[in-house]
Design a protein around this ligand. Structure first.
Ligand SMILES: *[C@@H]1O[C@H](CO)[C@@H](O)[C@H](O)[C@H]1NC(C)=O
Ligand SMILES: *[C@@H]1O[C@H](CO)[C@@H](O)[C@H](O)[C@H]1NC(C)=O
Ligand SMILES: *[C@@H]1O[C@H](CO)[C@@H](O)[C@H](O)[C@H]1NC(C)=O
Ligand SMILES: *[C@@H]1O[C@H](CO)[C@@H](O)[C@H](O)[C@H]1NC(C)=O
Ligand SMILES: *[C@@H]1O[C@H](CO)[C@@H](O)[C@H](O)[C@H]1NC(C)=O
Ligand SMILES: *[C@@H]1O[C@H](CO)[C@@H](O)[C@H](O)[C@H]1NC(C)=O
Length: 488
């Protein structure tokens, strides 16, 4: 008879073998790769997709009348027919309505209610997997209006009193509203195409039935042939005079903990968190309409959170810092970083062969590769000159490194010239996001050890900055996050 110890060792071995077999493994010449997402390449017939809408500081603020809390999901299993896991009464849950897991302090608080609703929808959508279960792709919509008189948004995580308007769009009190949301639950059409959608508008006197002039609109339609290829997510985003700054992304978020830009437990698709430099992102993108000169289309945006001393975030908004890096592919986006605008550049650039080039080295620094760098507003030891990031648009301080297509990114498979990946240049990309992000500058307090760069959100989509009546349209498919395994 086996001793207890032997049995434990045997179970451990079996567990390792099962893990090896169950994660999908693809081999190339030198390395083995495994997917970090629950639905590698969006190929699974049984889709898991959710919706979330955020106000200017990534909260809810006020629910839209009759819509419920701005969290919804469309999740189903497929075996010949669609078996939905979430019904419309779940999706319509809003403050005041109880559900399992909700505490009395949360039931009437719009911000806390949404957080718990996401966890609740996650529990209905979760797919068991190794090393852990996963829940859904997340469609994120954000309204950039900020009513500075509302006192709703903190400044670098600190509560601040209301202040005079001027710096941010807001046509009147109430401009930070959540949208009307319509949901078409996924159906199997007669010809083995499956299709569903979320759409809506921020104009609360309008409806989602038609697109009206001078009215904002957003829509994501997902479609797939049973047993064939990838889901195709067709996105559309339109700004209006009242809602001139909108964002629409499809995100692969962490399945637990803080995902990028958020300070609460979230649900998502990343069953394993990718760490620089050992991962790539693969996806197909077809931009049909750009969204105008101020549409900052992100191929891809990565987000994480760590403190300035390198410690992981713990929910303390005064010291947690959201970190983002994004490649902007709209060719109309200029490089604000320049020899005469050093404050918009990171202090240095690191080449693929690990040479450091300071931004004051005008002969060698690749100014055209950086749109804008901004430092965390709570950093104590910043090198001058510097721009600090907007202090209000996240629940805590943030740091952003924005890249532009440039020959120096060729080594990572990124766009190398203006127009790459843009309208008329649909492609499948395999971006070495891991290696590139391991060489980006992020602020660090002197004398502290740098954090592991572990990313909790990877997304694609556009942020249309203050401009009226612009339309962006694109399709995204084949999304995967591929991990390089240590030589196995
Ligand atoms: C929807 O699901 C909830 C929770 O499982 C259940 O209580 C409710 O009866 C369902 N509603 C409908 C219309 O099926
Ligand atoms: C929530 O609000 C409703 C309606 O205003 C009220 O009746 C209820 O007591 C509140 N619940 C809690 C726990 O505060
Ligand atoms: C299936 O039918 C839908 C609705 O009529 C159509 O949009 C779609 O293109 C069809 N798919 C195929 C593969 O023919
Ligand atoms: C909503 O109100 C605006 C005026 O504020 C008006 O121009 C617009 O036509 C209205 N939309 C609908 C669908 O009634
Ligand atoms: C939005 O989706 C609904 C189905 O939920 C559909 O009836 C409506 O036509 C769509 N709106 C637009 C403008 O396409
Ligand atoms: C360039 O910047 C680096 C780092 O800030 C500094 O050490 C160096 O003295 C600067 N060189 C010149 C010529 O200003």
């Amino acid at each position: 008879m086996a001793t207890k110890k032997q049995l434990q060792a045997w179970f451990a071995l079996v567990a390792v073998l099962v893990l090896r077999v169950s994660i999908s493994i693809v081999a190339d010449a030198q390395n083995y790769y495994a997917s970090a997402v629950g639905d590698p390449g969006m190929q699974r017939d049984g889709l898991r997709v959710a919706f979330e809408a955020w106000n200017f500081c990534n909260e809810v603020g006020y629910e839209a009348p009759g819509i419920g809390s701005p969290r919804a999901a469309d999740c189903f299993d497929f075996s010949g027919s669609i078996q939905h896991k979430v019904n419309e009464s779940d999706n319509e849950l809003g403050v005041g309505k109880p559900f399992i897991g909700l505490s009395p302090e949360e039931i009437n608080n719009t911000d806390l209610y949404a957080v718990k609703k996401e966890l609740y929808l996650g529990s209905k959508c979760e797919v068991a997997d190794t090393p852990r279960g996963w829940q859904f792709w997340m469609i994120m919509l954000k309204n950039g209006n900020y009513d500075t008189r509302s006192g709703l948004c903190p400044e670098n995580g600190k509560k601040v009193p209301p202040f005079n308007p001027g710096r941010f769009p807001c046509y009147r009190k109430g401009c930070m509203n959540q949208p009307i949301l319509c949901h078409k639950q996924t159906e199997l059409l007669g010809n083995s195409t499956m299709r569903g959608s979320f759409n809506g508008t921020y104009e609360l006197n309008s409806s989602c039935q038609y697109e009206y002039d001078d009215t904002s609109f957003f829509e994501v339609v997902w479609e797939k042939e049973v047993n064939v290829g990838s889901w195709v997510f067709k996105h559309k985003l339109k700004t209006s005079k009242k809602y001139p700054w909108l964002m629409l992304y499809l995100r692969a978020d962490a399945t637990q903990g803080f995902s990028g830009g958020y300070h609460y437990d979230t649900r998502g698709m990343l069953k394993i968190l990718p760490e620089s430099p050992n991962f790539k992102v693969r996806l197909s993108l077809d931009v049909k309409q750009g969204g105008g000169p101020k549409s900052q289309f992100y191929l891809v945006d990565i987000g994480s959170c760590w403190k300035n001393n390198g410690a992981p975030c713990d929910g303390d908004v005064l010291t947690d810092v959201t970190r983002y890096s994004e490649m902007i592919i709209n060719p109309e986006t200029p490089a604000w970083c320049s020899p005469t605008g050093l404050g918009n550049c990171p202090p240095f650039h690191i080449t693929p062969d690990n040479r450091k080039i300071y931004r004051n080295d005008t002969a060698n620094f690749p100014y055209g590769a950086y749109h804008y760098y901004c430092a965390p507003g709570n950093a104590q030891y910043l090198e001058q000159p510097v721009s600090t990031c907007d202090p209000y648009s996240n629940p805590q301080a943030q740091e952003i490194v924005q890249l532009l297509p440039h020959p120096i990114w060729a080594d990572y498979g990124y766009p190398t010239k203006q127009g790459d990946g843009w309208v008329g240049d649909a492609r499948t990309w395999e971006l070495d996001v891991g290696r590139l992000s391991s060489r980006l500058y992020f602020y660090q307090d002197p004398g502290t050890s740098p954090p592991k760069r572990v990313w909790t959100s990877i997304d694609v989509g556009t942020e249309i900055f203050v401009s009226n009546n612009e339309v962006a349209e694109w399709t995204l498919s084949d999304f995967d996050v591929i991990l390089k395994q240590p030589n196995s």
